[in-house]
Design a protein around this ligand. Structure first.
Ligand code: NAI
Ligand code: MG
Length: 480
């Protein structure tokens, strides 16, 4: 499909619609700074139409389908996504900037997520509760109703599907608001969902800005649940908006994740994994390693190997499939540059990078950056930068490593590299994060729940716990 054929309208109740105000906004290619398309700038009236369409669909044909039929539709969607994988990946690369290879991986993940939830749709069941001979008591798992999904730009369709597929498997209907930076694959998804044969109104997309369309969606009284991935700052606002009508929330709010390397680690593997953990998706990953904690005895050797590898990374437009594409937007580029200034003012040592590459005149490109001699209470050690920037620390003892790993506001992921089983499991118990990885990074799959503690949010996505975000328990008691 050519770019000019991508639908650039809201998808509401099975129809493509301009915003009622007729206003639009531009989405740009971060590699060239050129405009890719103009999409609707939706306001509360467009959101209201989408939520009402989803509400109507929930009480219509959708609720009458059996769970197996819902699963079958999802399975067909997974197959359609695989068949459009190359086209979808190109579109994601143009809109987000990531190397095409990474976008293709994203769509394999999207397919797997839908397949898993297709299979789960008819396996969601309640309990019977023994209350003695005079009463029969059982639970029914019911879908919440209309759910709102507000997603960021780093994995535009990956993160959208990570909650949308679960809500659909549970029997909810959906209104998705993609990030303003990357609306295109969500719109293309809508056309695929239509083609696959989902009833009208089950899945709706409205494009627009967070404060306008996003806030109206969270506040809408007919929305029964909200899932949000993005910044902690916006998460706080969404929680306050949702409080007005007491909606349940799933919040995934980023991290400041530590990759910890002990003296007995397989250093080759640790360096190799760190490359992906720090610089994958240009560092714009909530579960990226943005802090490296290195034992003093291997510090020099690790850093020599790591810096050597980092200096060889190829920075290029996503379509040229280098190692790093551009950052997603001018705002994110400015944010990264601001943190470089802060880190230098705080006295950290800039070992590599810290600027834009000189060979690329246009686009929001930024060099892979390493700060060493970072101390734990510097801002670059505490705050999420969301760029290819890593802060490196050294430690002497297990106690010191644990303390440094935990003393940040966030708690999403952590990784420990060691051959000592006692040490690995001690860290698994004591790290304050939603996920702990041992001798690897980005371990786990669509079956394994992920999410945060502390400022990284609450609620778990993926796996069966993820689907239960979209179900409520009804208890039925019968007196005999
Ligand atoms: P953001 O959290 O403001 O935006 C994410 C989504 O929330 C977008 O769809 C946006 O339209 C929506 N939104 C914004 N304000 C809203 C509001 N008041 N009500 C409802 N929806 C709203 O993130 P932004 O500004 O794009 O990036 C800033 C920083 O956030 C990044 O540098 C990074 O640190 C963090 N971030 C974390 C992500 C993660 O995966 N956890 C993803 C994207 C950003
Ligand atoms: Mg924002």
């Amino acid at each position: 499909m050519k770019l000019t054929e991508i639908p650039v309208a809201n998808f509401i109740g099975g129809l493509w619609q301009a915003s009622l105000s007729r206003e639009t906004f531009e989405t740009v290619d971060p590699a060239t700074e050129e405009i890719l398309a103009k999409v609707p700038r939706s306001d509360s009236r467009d959101v209201d139409a989408a939520v009402k369409a989803a509400h109507l669909a929930f009480y219509g044909e959708w609720r009458e389908l059996t769970p197996a039929e819902r699963g079958r539709l999802l399975y067909r969607l997974a197959q359609a996504i695989q068949s459009y994988r190359a086209e979808l990946a190109e579109l994601e690369t143009l809109d987000n900037g990531k190397p095409l290879r990474e976008a293709l991986d994203d769509f394999d993940g999207v397919t797997r997520t839908i397949e898993y939830n297709a299979g789960a749709a008819d396996k969601l069941q309640g309990d019977t509760i023994p209350l003695g001979m005079e009463v029969i008591d059982f639970t029914i798992l019911e879908p919440l109703g209309v759910t709102a999904h507000i997603v960021p730009w780093n994995f535009p369709l990956g993160i959208a599907i990570r909650s949308v597929a679960l809500a659909l498997a549970a029997g909810c209907t959906v209104v998705l608001k993609p990030a303003e930076e990357t609306p295109l694959t969500a719109l293309r998804l809508a056309s695929i969902i239509q083609e696959v044969g989902f009833p009208n109104g089950v899945f709706n997309v409205v494009t627009g800005f967070g404060e306008e369309a996003g806030a109206a969606l969270v506040r809408h009284p007919l929305v029964r649940g909200v899932t949000f991935t993005g910044s902690a700052e916006t998460g706080r606002k969404i929680m306050a908006q949702a409080a007005e009508s007491l909606k349940p929330l799933v919040l995934e709010l980023g991290g400041k994740n530590a990759l910890i390397v002990f003296e007995d680690a397989n250093l080759e593997r640790a360096v190799n994994d760190a490359m992906e953990a720090v610089f994958g998706n240009c560092g714009q990953v909530c579960s990226a390693a943005s802090r490296l904690l290195l034992h003093t005895s291997i510090y020099s050797e690790f850093m020599d190997r790591f810096c050597e590898r980092v200096s060889q990374l190829k920075i290029a437009p996503g379509m040229e499939n280098g190692d790093l594409g551009p950052l997603v937007s001018k705002e994110q580029l400015e944010r990264a540059m601001n943190y470089i200034r802060i880190g230098q003012e705080e006295g950290a040592k800039l070992v590599l990078g810290g600027t834009r590459p000189t060979h690329l005149k246009r686009g929001y490109f930024f060099l892979p950056t390493i700060f060493a001699e970072v101390s734990p209470f510097m801002r670059i050690a505490q705050e999420e930068i969301f760029a290819p920037v890593v802060a490196v620390f050294s430690f002497e003892t297990e106690v010191e490593a644990l303390q440094k790993a935990n003393e940040v506001p966030y708690g999403l992921t952590a990784g420990v590299y060691t051959q000592d089983i006692r040490r690995a499991l001690t860290f698994a118990q004591r790290l304050e994060t939603g996920s702990v990885w041992i001798n690897g990074w980005y371990l786990g799959g669509v079956q394994a729940p992920t999410g945060g503690v502390k400022a990284s949010g609450f609620g778990r996505e993926r796996g069966l716990p993820g689907i239960h975000n979209y179900l409520q328990i009804k208890n039925v008691a019968i007196k005999l």
